[in-house]
Write a protein that binds this ligand. Structure first.
Ligand code: NAP
Length: 510
């Protein structure tokens, strides 16, 4: 069995202590194991602060962009091997695995292109110069300056490839060395990626800790950034971590999300917009077995369309083959871990007590081994007061369909009931309705996806986080912000207001 090591202070090390197994969630067979501790993390932070920061700081944006380009190429070169690891260790179908691995390469490529354009800029401008004195001579200019510190990246189990890359790309481009900690259960992909990436990067630019976090966060200091993706309970413990609090360490949280999809009152299910809505709901339920932070969980449809929507979902989900994703005919694999299966089952039971079954009952399947749960659709006639629908994220292939009278304000209030989400979507070709929806729902989502007939043919769906658009959301979703093109760099830079002779300020921007 493969023994996964951590890449710390310039060397691979096995750590010490009891070893934890990584398994294939479809067969429960062990694939690899990792140590539960025993790493010198103080040395890893010193290596990042001294060597990694110096090496990255000596390079321009364009030179750091070239590094990202090399990483993207390395993924392309090892694509088949990486896809196979994602299938074995993540319960991914080949399509799911591509979403993770190709998404990682795409994000690195996006930041490589952005960085090339930034060239050798010493600072990044934030808005235009302003006059702050009596005359134009006395000016002000906000800029983004390089941060001196270490970026600690803690990722969730569901996107070991994309998750590593979407955090790594903006951090390295901004000039911050990274210590990455993937979720233990699915760490095979991230581990292989770091094996590929490390020789292509300057010393200290990227380190990897596999296995539990241990005392990782005790070492963070002023100037460091912790970017966390995972559950809200873990996020809560990070928010009050003494080292993070004492040193005012910047903490970015990407957590749970009860994403909503609303069908506008103008949309016939047989129209392009209607077809897009159905395809998006089914894709989000089944892709990655619903283990996407951006997946649709709550669906709202006009009362007159409820039966039609439920019939269409029954028909489409009935054709999904659930099983070992290593088999070609399988369209949906297991959830990633035994704990994940327990959590999903508990979530369905809570929901089942307050809703009616439309499809899949409580998700039981006939598999003797593996962490399988079938697609589940529930329904409620009282979506605004159905407490479990808005209180718990079920991180699996489960949606609930509620009904409304078609009012855009009510649709926005439904989104708001989730208390902050990464993304929510509305499907309508009626511009006034869409404007009212956006006006009401904008406060509650990091991204609003507006499905319509005009964009249906080229839409990646709400579940795809694009590198050019913001990822993150208010409230329950953690309050964080990642990606969004150049905005993604800002989390790893320091905003400074410069005040002085306007011509000096201009020259500083190069
Ligand atoms: P999790 O249990 O919170 O774990 C997330 C990460 O935190 C893992 O790497 C975990 O390591 C690490 N961790 C756990 N305790 C820690 C501690 N005390 N200090 C430092 N690190 C610690 O979440 P998960 O089960 O992997 O992921 C599922 C959740 O992630 C879902 O709720 C989902 O909504 C959320 N998610 C959100 C987004 C987003 O972008 N908003 C994306 C994906 C997933 P170990 O694996 O070693 O325990």
């Amino acid at each position: 069995m493969q023994k996964l090591g951590s890449y710390l202070a310039g060397a691979w090390s096995q750590g010490a202590g009891a070893r934890m197994a990584l398994v294939n969630p479809a067969t429960e067979e062990p694939l690899a194991d990792v140590a539960s501790g025993g790493h010198d993390l103080a040395a890893a932070f010193a290596h990042a602060r001294e060597t990694g920061a110096r090496e990255l700081g000596a390079r321009t944006f364009a030179e750091r962009a070239a590094l990202l380009s090399a990483l993207a190429k390395a993924i392309h070169g090892a694509r088949e091997e990486l896809l196979a690891l994602a299938v074995a260790n993540g319960g991914n179908t080949r399509g799911d695995a591509k979403f993770d691995i190709d998404g990682g390469a795409l994000t690195l490529g996006h930041y490589a292109e952005l960085g090339e354009k930034l060239g050798a800029a010493p600072l990044l401008p934030d808005g235009d110069a302003i006059q702050v004195g009596r005359t134009a001579r006395m000016g002000g200019q906000h800029v983004w300056a390089r941060r001196r510190g270490v970026a600690v990246h803690i990722n969730a189990f569901n996107f070991p490839g994309w998750g590593l890359c979407e955090k790594l790309a903006p951090a390295l481009l901004a000039g911050m060395p990274v210590i990455a900690k993937p979720a233990t259960a699915t760490a095979l992909v991230a581990h292989r990626l770091v094996e590929l990436f490390a020789p292509l990067l300057p010393p200290g630019a990227l380190q990897l800790l596999v296995g539990p976090a241990g005392d990782l966060l005790d070492h963070v200091r002023t100037g460091d950034v912790v970017a966390f993706t995972g559950g809200s309970a873990t996020a809560r413990s990070l928010r009050v971590h003494p080292a993070i609090a004492d040193h005012a360490v910047r903490l970015n949280v990407e957590a749970d999300s009860l994403n909503a999809a609303v069908l506008g009152p103008d949309v016939e299910l047989t129209s392009e917009t209607g077809a897009l809505f159905l395809a998006d709901v089914v894709r989000d339920m089944t892709q990655k077995t619903g283990q996407k932070c951006t997946a649709i969980r709550r669906v709202l449809v006009p009362a007159a369309r409820e039966a039609e929507v439920c019939d269409a979902l029954r028909e489409r989900l009935g054709a999904i083959v659930v099983g070992d994703p290593a088999q070609d005919n399988v369209r949906m694999g297991p959830v990633a871990t035994a704990q994940q299966l327990r959590d999903v089952r508990e979530g369905i039971a809570r929901l089942a007590a307050a809703t009616d079954s439309v499809f899949g009952g409580t998700g039981e399947t006939a598999h003797a081994k593996g962490y399988f749960v079938g697609p589940v659709v529930r329904s409620t006639k009282t979506p605004m007061t159905c407490a479990p629908l808005h209180a718990h994220e079920i991180f699996g292939p489960v949606v609930t369909v509620g009904i409304y009278d078609g009012d855009a304000g009510e649709a926005a209030a439904f989104v708001a009931k989730g208390e902050g989400c990464l993304v929510s979507s509305a499907y309508s070709d009626e511009r006034d309705w869409v404007a009212r929806f956006v006006g009401g729902a904008g406060a509650w989502a990091g991204r609003l996806y507006l499905g319509s007939s005009k964009m249906a043919a080229q839409s990646p769906g709400p579940g795809t986080a694009l590198p050019s658009l913001l990822h993150g959301g208010p409230g329950r979703a953690g309050g964080g912000e990642e990606l969004g093109g150049i905005r993604g760099l800002h989390g790893y830079m320091q905003r400074v207001a410069l005040e002085g002779d306007a011509s000096v300020l201009k020259s500083l921007l190069g």
